[in-house]
Design a protein around this ligand. Structure first.
Ligand SMILES: O=C(NCC(=O)N1CCC[C@H]1C(=O)O)OCc1ccccc1
Length: 724
């Protein structure tokens, strides 16, 4: 059908920047300011164009209806205990936000404690983090609006649900950790922006610098909070405070980026002459002791017995191990649990006095064990299916542990594991049931694909049973590949609907850059070796074609954020290999990402164009800078870019929308508008949402509407029809 009429977009050819002697044009630089009338007009016209395309996607209505119906089932998270109360999140099905319940006992009557749905008409206010005081008297919680990373902390008195007057602003990238006297809590924040710098929190692009750790005394004004730590010499540093289980220490976790490495300081609260009150004069920071004062490795505290601390670390152990140190002899470290040859030690949780629940990732599947906290020795293997341990809810004084489990064909199970008995039993505490979903219709397998350099790349493949390998099947290939994040099996209603009603084969490629095989795997897909991620993803796509699942014009690739970069880079490098590309909130301008909000923290995976050697890594794959007309590169072949949808939202302050807007304008210009006649008939469109952010906290209806739009678009361009 007719090529689309793309809206005009000014090209400012005066913007040219010199990177270490290389001149780089940036004609859409003006798209970086979301508040100008010109940018608002650009967005409005793109939204209208996309709506006109989506109107013609026949399966969109069916998708929305079927996803809504299948999603309308009760969901629970694992309970957690404080004092004599239990707390858990629950959603009856289509509620915009999950609701926090409290009960006096596991079997007792549950009451609503905090209902975020009451905070806004349209469900766009979400709960980002919370913490219940040790005596279960108070709930401190952080609220986010429109999916922004900015939060506001408030406090509720649990017994009478009274919301206290405390309001803490400009909180971002913060946990909440109470002192055990319930007088207050530690949290992190940025300095308040200068007047006018932030009009609608979450739509600004200013860099987040000078993070600080504070302590808030309940019942006081934020201006009286204690500044516990800051580091003016290192504005990129982020600080996290956590009180140890015994209430004695405040631990300070310092990061300078996203690598799994941190400094670790501690302060013995019980040794302060006048506790924290002594710092209310605001004249000095807390007297932290620097246990680890370098970024050589990650140190995550598991437990302490007074000065004897146990850590999960990757120090000289890229697949992680457990070590111990006595603060009195801070250089004498001993191994408690050695690094495994093959498996990644993902988590370790102190439970039942002196035991550990550890989870390993073994070829992207989870193993769960009970071990001895003192010696590390194995006590029990806990039986779980192929899938993901989604959460482990327990504290050291608890002998009952709740374990969340999910997989491609398991909506969700919460096991109750009683460690008090001789052989711990994994009893089903809650099982999430999805009416109308019949797991026997589907098949899950894991293949290993050889990448360009011979590396084996695991890939999960979910399909209807008894698939005929005739290359006819639409395929959705999903990837991420960065920041030490592992994409492990999880239940997705929208993907089940695609497989059941559009015959889609859904695949997850565990490409390098993730954490699937530990820190070496992460590093092998970072910095100078980032191209490995794209090679891996392209090889898994070619595998799906060569083994007869699908063919390029039936193959859709999808990824979000760093995964959006993956999609953007792969359609530039192999426009012939895909029929459709869905890139959510992608990092697309690799020369400028570090300038906006928390982008500076990502240089740990990407490097920075500020440095000459790193500029040359980035310019080679930066999606914004590598859009080329394929028909000019390969004149004998008449191929074009796949049909592409770039998704973003106005309050995404994790990956600011300018990345998507600049790439959209560039692709539409180079491929579609700059020639009289262009072979590019596949649409290149943008889905730009409002009152929405990077993804976290998105209300149910917005999630469903977006899924229906992007998969309705995919079905249309892959020419796939609805199967009743
Ligand atoms: O930026 C990230 N995480 C990485 C992130 O969100 N990324 C990394 C690339 C784009 C985007 C994504 O893939 O979701 O989290 C914020 C943060 C908090 C504290 C210390 C450092 C950073």
């Amino acid at each position: 059908d007719e090529p689309l009429q793309y809206p005009p977009a000014r090209r400012d050819d005066s913007v040219v920047e010199d990177y270490h002697g290389t001149k780089i044009a940036d004609p859409y630089r003006w798209l970086e300011d979301p508040d100008t009338e010109e940018v608002k007009k650009f967005v409005e016209e793109q939204v209208q164009l996309t709506d006109s395309v989506l109107q013609k996607c026949e399966t969109r209505g069916k998708l929305r209806e079927t996803i809504t119906k299948l999603f309308d089932h009760p969901r629970y998270d694992a309970p957690f205990r404080r004092a004599n109360k239990y707390f858990y999140f629950h959603n009856t099905g289509l509620q915009p936000q999950n609701i926090l319940y409290v009960q006096e006992s596991l079997e007792g009557e549950a009451e609503v404690l905090l209902d975020p749905n009451a905070f806004s008409e349209d469900g766009t206010v979400s709960l980002s983090t919370l913490s219940v005081s040790e005596d279960a008297k108070y709930l401190a919680y952080a609220l986010s609006s429109s999916g922004s990373d900015w939060t506001t902390i408030k406090v509720m008195r649990i017994e009478n649900r009274n919301v206290e007057p405390d309001i803490l602003s400009w909180v971002k990238f913060s946990s909440i950790s109470w002192t055990h006297d319930s007088k207050g809590f530690f949290y992190s924040r940025y300095p308040a922006p200068k007047d006018g710098e932030v009009v609608d929190a979450g739509t600004e692009t200013n860099a987040n610098l000078h993070h600080q750790l504070y302590y808030h005394f309940l019942g006081t004004d934020q201006s009286e909070d204690i500044l516990c730590w800051k580091d003016p010499e290192n504005p990129k540093y982020t600080f996290g405070g956590s009180v140890t289980d015994d209430g004695k220490y405040i631990l300070l976790h310092i990061a300078e980026g996203c690598d799994p490495v941190n400094k670790l300081y501690y302060c013995n609260l019980s040794k302060l002459p006048n506790a924290l009150e002594g710092f209310q004069d605001g004249n000095s920071l807390l007297p932290f002791v620097k246990l680890i004062d370098n970024f050589d490795a990650q140190y995550e505290v598991i437990a302490n017995d007074d000065t004897l601390f146990t850590f999960l670390t990757n120090k000289d152990a890229p697949k992680y191990k457990i070590v111990r140190v006595d603060l009195k002899e801070p250089t004498a470290w001993v191994d408690v649990l050695q690094e495994s040859e093959k498996d990644v030690l993902e988590s370790a949780c102190a439970v039942n006095g002196n035991q550990l629940i550890v989870s390993y990732l073994s070829d992207v599947k989870y193993l769960l064990q009970v071990r001895d906290l003192k010696t590390g020795s194995l006590l029990h293997q806990l039986p779980i299916d192929i899938g993901t341990v989604s959460e482990i809810s327990a504290r050291r004084e608890d002998s009952v542990v709740f374990i969340g489990f999910t997989s491609f064909l398991t909506p969700g199970i919460i096991y109750q594991c009683n460690l008090g008995t001789e052989i711990p039993d994994m009893k089903i505490f809650r099982e999430i049931v999805v009416p109308g979903f019949d797991r026997s219709e589907f098949n899950v397998k894991q293949d290993f694909v050889t990448s360009k350099d011979g590396t084996k790349i695991p890939m999960f493949i979910v399909a209807k049973k008894d698939l005929i390998m005739d290359s006819s099947h639409p395929c959705l290939l999903y990837g991420y590949g960065g920041f030490n994040i592992s994409i492990t099996p999880y239940f997705s209603v929208s993907r089940i609907v695609l497989t059941r009603h559009l015959g889609v084969v859904f695949c997850i490629a565990n490409i390098r850059g993730g954490g699937e095989y530990g820190e070496e795997w992460h590093k092998a897909g970072s910095l100078a070796r980032k191209q490995n991620c794209f090679d891996d993803f392209i090889c898994t796509a070619e595998y799906l074609v060569s083994t007869g699942y699908t063919q390029p014009r039936k193959l859709c690739i999808e990824g979000g954020s760093n995964g959006g970069l993956l999609v953007g880079a792969c359609i530039n490098q192999r426009p012939d290999l895909f029929g459709c590309a869905l890139a959510h909130v992608g990092v697309m301008d690799m020369l400028r990402f570090h300038k906006f909000t928390i982008g500076h923290a990502w240089t740990s995976d990407y490097g920075c164009s500020h440095k000459e050697e790193e500029f040359h890594w980035l310019i080679k794959y930066s999606p914004l800078h590598n859009v080329r007309r394929p028909w000019e590169l390969y004149p004998d072949q008449s191929f074009q870019y796949p049909s592409t949808m770039l998704l973003t939202a106005d309050h995404d302050d994790r990956v600011v929308p300018l990345h998507t807007l600049k790439l959209l304008a560039t692709m539409q210009y180079i491929l579609c508008k700059s020639l009289e006649k262009t072979p590019q008939t596949n649409p290149i469109i943008g889905r730009i949402d409002c009152k929405s952010g990077h993804g976290a906290g998105r209300p149910t209806q917005k999630m469903i509407d977006e899924a229906a739009d992007r998969y309705g678009f995919m079905a249309k361009v892959l020419e796939v029809h609805w199967i009743e």
